[in-house]
Structure formats: structure tokens, C-alpha cells
Design a protein around this ligand. Sequence first.
Ligand SMILES: *Cc1c(COP(=O)(O)O)cnc(C)c1O
Length: 224
Amino acid sequence: MKQQLELQFNEVRNRIQQAAKRAGGQAVKLVGVTKTVPVERIEEAMALGLMCFGESRVQEAMPKLELFPQAEWHFIGRLQTNKVKNVVGKFSLIHSLDRWKLALALQREAEKLETTVRALVQVNIGREKQKGGLDPLEVEDFLSEAGKLSRLKIEGLMAVPPYSTDPEDARPYFREMYQLFTKIRVPGVQMKILSLGMSNDFEIAIEEGANLVRVGSLLFGKRS
Ligand SMILES: *Cc1c(COP(=O)(O)O)cnc(C)c1O
């Protein structure tokens, strides 16, 4: 199992590097998505040098964070406001800020703890009913308001394009995200991170300008 993980990790790293070279040479951060992945495998990944992990459910994530506080943890799932207290001060980046009520809850909790909270705004780039994220047309206004919250540091955008068996179908959505990312100018907000791309489409995301990819099953195997 460990050898398999090492092979996959090396392959993912190489493919990230090649894609970045094709794109224009941006540095790309790899977040290993460990939802449903047991702690033994996370330990193995850390031994191989992967130190940044993404989790999408608070309850599942908490024991992992406690076990591996030396790793960098990102929250990538839908975040309920009543779970904000489990997240602020623990996760180093929240990828899924998608509504004003959540922005306020994060601000309040960060104030209470006298800390700041880093977040990406999630965009529903395919305008899918069942998916979280702001409509692309709402992003700029949202950032203008959220940029005024003193404890909230918005550092970029995140999206999950509509599911398709052909990863090339995601390319126009990634391109639209990159345009949003580079176009938006809002006081108090510095756009640094563009979080796009998962196991099946991370190379296309990088080619279109992503500088953070979230890879789960390609590293750790298919989730049951
Ligand atoms: C599960 C998940 C991933 C990883 O998906 P894989 O296809 O396993 O790489 C990435 N981002 C989000 C938001 C996820 O929920």
C-alpha cells in the first residue's frame, strides 16, 4: 500500500510539474484530499513529504487534525455556520466561503479568538442548482462587502465544475474562473489562490491558470 501511494504521489507531482510548465510556470500547491482516508495512510503520505490535506466534513476531520497538528489542513466542503467554531483557528484555509451569513459567522468567531481566518470564495461556475457557491455575477459585490470584515482574509477563488466523464469539458469553466480571478479588483482583497482541479482534471485546471489543486482518489485510491 505504501509503495502504491509513493508511486501515485510521484506521478501526481510529475504531472503537476509538466502541466505548470505548459501553462507558464506558476508554482502549484497540491492538497491531498483525505476524506474517507484512514489515518495510517495520512501518516504514510506525510512520511513521503505531503504536508497539506483537505477535508470536507468537520466531524470526520477533527480527530485527524488532532492527530496531525503539524500538517496544514484545508476545509473544502460545505460549511454550516454552527460548525464555524470547529474550523476557525484549526484549518489554515477554508475553500468554501459561499454566503454572507457564513462570512459573518467566521468574522465573529475569529474576533472571539483574536485571530484571523483565511478563505477562498466558492463560485458555482456551472450554475448548478444542487451545488454550493456564488453565481459568477455575484462574486465581485460579495467580495466588496466581505473585504470589509477585518478578521476575514479572502485570498482567492475555488470552484468545482459540472461533472463530466470527459475532463476537457471542464476547460471552459476553468478558463472563466481564471478570467474572474484576474479581473476582480476589490479593496481589502488580494487575489492569490485559484483552487481548481481534482483527480480527473487537475492538469487542465493548471493549464488554465490554477495554482492549487485538490487531489484525492488519484493519490489514495477510489473511495468506497
Ligand atoms: C472530494 C473532493 C476533491 C477530491 O476529489 P478526487 O476526485 O478524489 O480527487 C476535491 N475537491 C472537493 C471539493 C472535494 O469534495
